[in-house]
Design a protein around this ligand. Sequence first.
Ligand code: MLC
Ligand code: AMP
Length: 505
Amino acid sequence: MQTIHEQFVQTAEVMQGKTLFERPDQADISFARMRDMVERLAGALTALGVAPGDRVAVQVEKSPEAIALYLAVLQVGAIFLPLNTAYTGAEIDYFIGDAAPRLFVCDPAQAQAHAHRASATLAVETLGAFADGSLMERAAQAEPRADRHPCAPQDRAAILYTSGTTGRSKGAVLTHGNLASNTEALLDCWRFTADDRLIHALPIFHTHGLFVAANMALVAGATMIFLTRFDAEEAIGLMERATVLMGVPTFYTRLLKSSSLNRETTGGMRLFVSGSAPLLAEDHRAFTERTGHKILERYGMTETCMIASNPYEGDRIPGAVGMALPGISIRIADRDTGAELPQGEIGLIEVKGPNVFEGYWNMPEKTASEFRDDGFFITGDLGMIGPDGYLRIVGRDKDLVISGGYNVYPKEVEQAIDGLPGVMESAVIGLPHPDLGEAVTAIVVPRSDDLDPDSIRAALADSLARFKQPKRVILAEALPRNVMGKVQKAELRKTHAGLYLGTGA
Ligand code: MLC
Ligand code: AMP
């Protein structure tokens, strides 16, 4: 196995002056320049005392330099820990406490706010969106490092935090083998080559933007049209110079809203990929009608990278996520016994293969409870495999909301709300939303009359990232419960189903 970093170096050797990053209003960056930047950053990391196995936590704006930092961390054998830029100080406290990184890199604008974190065991540096910040200054002065720490497939490459059902975020530990094997499978399945020009409008702190989109371009030698955020009109305008778009379903909902989306504007594109949340079958069909392109939907998870994909050649079926990627096994199992279910029956989706993560950081019991004895990982998604061999996701066994491709675990939001003065209890649910797919919504039972929805939302601002905060808060006299006393979330979802669709209260 070659690590993603080793493959990038090899590709850069061949590509040299070819453009890796193309950005609106900023200079292009070639493969050769990127390689130099990675070597300098590797030198800076070593000078800062980052050793193999150390965690490097990074909460920075999207930039080519942030991708260079990721590669440099892999080069020196350290573990890359990207953090959503929306996380609040309180959330960062937890991640740093749990992962105990050697280095924390933040945006220069946040330097003051994080200065107190620096200690004998934790260095704090900055990296901005315009190649600015203290880390880039160090890199400019550092002795470039071309040598690399040798890494085996089972060595740790990254930790990605995903919020947990208990309200405590879990750090999914991914190995070099996970990343390299998944990239190899995707390059082959989606026929991705150096000729591709990828519209990259996803954030780079999650699997989709980093381990799918960026890794594929870095290894294949493709060009990334690198955008800091997704704007439908901008993306459509770029399509005549691009070949591939990878996005969450919200990208496609927004593209469909634009009158400029048609066969002509998408004519040069060869592939549209959707994932991270369910793509509405009606959006899939509408997209084909408007553009002639069939969106390729695939299925993945932070813990497993990509699991299944609709075929490049062959039927891309609306509402289905396709077949297991090469080398990966999928089975549908009975929720309680774990026994494999026959074709056509609905059960838990379980997965095994070189893509499946090592486990959760510092959580051996949690890790053990999510694996079967024979090594299959329990995804928590419910699905079935039809007679056509395609996997279809029909729901979730885990209490999870996916809003615009971001996961929000209701428990974490409920704990924050329940801690507010004047709140008796709360239930957080996801409701259908025309733009985000699902919107985080809180049903709150107040203790007193003076509690109002706006003050609840305002009180959460410092503790929860914006995307986790409820879009709406509904006050209620009581929560519906079953005879066992368990809150009936399905009933709440039914009662309020039309809230964002303009069809309900
Ligand atoms: C932004 N906001 C959101 C939100 N994104 N609220 C809920 N859910 C979201 N996903 C809030 C902002 O805080 C802001 O709030 C308001 O909405 C508008 O912000 P914005 O910055 O203008 O939003 P926009 O840039 O349009 O972003 C929407 C989005 C973005 C859908 C394009 O969220 C996005 O890029 N999502 C992709 C997430 C992703 O990469 N997921 C992959 C996970 S990996 P206010 O109140 O201040 O106005 C994974 C595995 C796999 O799942 O299979 O891939
Ligand atoms: P995350 O933990 O952010 O990696 O999100 C992973 C979850 O996203 C999966 O467990 C699924 O519930 C969901 N997901 C990813 N891709 C799809 C898809 N194509 N269709 C439906 N759900 C998806």
